[in-house]
Design a protein around this ligand. Structure first.
Ligand SMILES: C[S@@+](CC[C@H](N)C(=O)[O-])C[C@H]1O[C@@H](n2cnc3c(N)ncnc32)[C@H](O)[C@@H]1O
Length: 455
């Protein structure tokens, strides 16, 4: 048998001749100084993405988002199915890059109201279990499937739970239609829970169906949003190389910030025993539920010492949506927390947008240094398999760096004082527990308690 290997160099395309930054050097702290010009500041809480130059290449002139978009225009957009669409975080991010949802599935009434208003003309089916097959021609199935059974905050039943187990419906649909691309999103606790069983089940299914895959934990903060939010993004492809979409960009993680009195500081007032969910200059992960059962906002200590909770419209912005994206849900139900739940469950739009960009304009992942994956218990933060075995990757949680405003400058809407009752309850839990925290934190809360008693 004779193999003819043709290698072409298109000098007009930056893709073919782009020099590569080794991922290892990126994770060792390649920073804005080294690649001057690629970290940009968000103005008015939104970034001018056209100025964003993606790092990941040790190139004297890193390629800008705008250039990649121009390149993307040469590749057709994909037709998408969204089986657990929620309020459409994935679909909106993909839409910004021209990809089009052919069908969405969503069982929650409030979420459906949002989808119908925000994606006019796109059919919304209700229960994924009733969806017999995907529409002909779907090229990407994108599923942020229910996380309740896999989340640290939930009952941790695992992939067999009747909510997270709905991922089985995705595989039922994939067995019927040979969809070229699959995007799956969920909480990073699934890498650990039950020795990573959920991911093992998912990857086994994908491999049995003939998919190549790559996954990576990504932090929404990398996209200039002051919300620490780690999520696993798994991309699978029949024949394509998902590493070039998901793993090729890497900025390396910036150092940890230390809490300080003059900074803003987000935390969960509903916690205080097992943890605080503390985030310096930002908020911790917005959640669909809380330790006390109801979906609720985190609290924020402002540099002035005032302790507030943000408005739902700022929470929407923290997830990359425009303010009032979920208003159609409120018109349906007055239930407290309904919009918080929808926003907390959503996929950050900017992350989906980046994936949408790379699907049309792939990078080039450098796997040198990657080793076969040897797993004793938990899964690593990134890995891949192109059909010849599983490999551990070394991609950081920061594919790009868009400089974020601190949360107190990001907020645009009303700030409400954390109530006296909530502050008192939190302080009590904090003092009776064994958590370590700076003494100024307790002073600030004490003063806030006094102030709110007079109101
Ligand atoms: C993690 S959320 C998805 C969030 C979504 N990607 C977004 O950006 O908003 C999972 C969604 O699956 C929906 N869901 C749960 N069971 C379902 C079912 N049987 N059929 C369709 N959707 C379902 C939930 O209502 C929830 O909105």
């Amino acid at each position: 048998m004779v193999y003819v290997v043709a290698v072409t160099y298109d000098r007009g395309s930056p893709l073919s001749l782009r020099p590569q930054l080794s991922q290892r050097s990126a994770s060792l702290g390649a920073g804005p100084e080294r690649f001057g010009g690629w970290a940009i500041r968000r103005a008015n809480g939104t970034s001018d993405r056209d100025q964003l130059a993606l790092p990941g290449w040790n190139s004297p002139a890193p390629q800008s988002w705008q250039a990649l978009k121009a390149e993307a225009a040469e590749h057709p957009p994909l037709r998408v199915a969204g089986p657990f669409a929620g309020i459409g975080g994935i679909e909106l991010g993909l839409r910004r890059l021209g990809h089009h949802a052919d069908v969405m599935c969503e069982i929650d009434d409030g979420a459906c109201a949002v989808l119908e208003k925000r994606f006019p003309g796109v059919p919304v089916e209700r229960d994924v279990r009733d969806l017999r097959a995907l529409p002909r021609g779907v090229q990407l199935l994108a599923a942020g499937f229910p996380c309740q059974d896999l989340s640290q905050a939930g009952k941790t039943i695992g992939i067999e739970g009747n909510r997270s187990g709905l991922i089985g419906e995705v595989f039922r649909l994939l067995r019927r239609s040979r969809v070229p691309w699959v995007l799956i999103e969920n909480v990073p606790f699934m890498l650990q829970l039950g020795r990573g069983r959920a991911l093992e089940v998912i990857l086994n299914e994908l491999e049995a169906l003939g998919y190549n895959w790559a996954y990576r934990v990504v932090d929404s903060q990398a996209f200039g949003l002051p919300q620490r939010r780690h999520r696993v993004y798994l991309l699978a492809s029949r024949g394509g190389d998902p590493r070039n979409v998901l793993l090729a960009d890497d900025s390396g993680e910036p150092g940890l910030k230390t809490p300080a009195r003059r900074r803003s500081f987000g935390f969960y007032w509903t916690e205080g025993v097992r943890g605080l969910g503390a985030a310096v200059d930002g908020v911790p992960t917005l959640k669909g539920g809380s330790a006390v059962g109801i979906p609720s906002p985190p609290a924020i200590v402002l540099p002035s010492g005032r302790v507030i909770t943000p408005d739902i419209r700022d929470a929407e912005r923290l997830q990359g949506f425009e303010a009032d994206w979920t208003l159609p849900a409120q018109e349906l139900t007055r239930r407290r927390g309904a919009r918080w739940k929808l926003v907390g469950n959503a996929v950050t739009v900017d992350v989906a947008e980046w994936i949408g960009l790379r699907l049309r304009s792939p990078g080039q992942y450098d796997p040198s240094g990657d080793r076969p994956l040897v797993r004793k218990s938990a899964w690593p933060a990134s890995a891949w398999n192109l059909g010849s075995g599983r490999f551990q990757a070394h991609s950081s949680r920061w594919p790009v760096v868009v400089e974020a405003k601190p949360i107190h400058s990001f907020l645009q809407f009303d700030r409400v004082n954390l109530s006296h009752k909530a502050t008192a309850g939190f302080l009590k839990r904090l003092r009776s527990g064994s958590l370590r925290y700076p003494s100024w934190f307790e002073d600030v809360l004490e003063r806030h308690l006094e102030r709110t008693a007079k109101l």
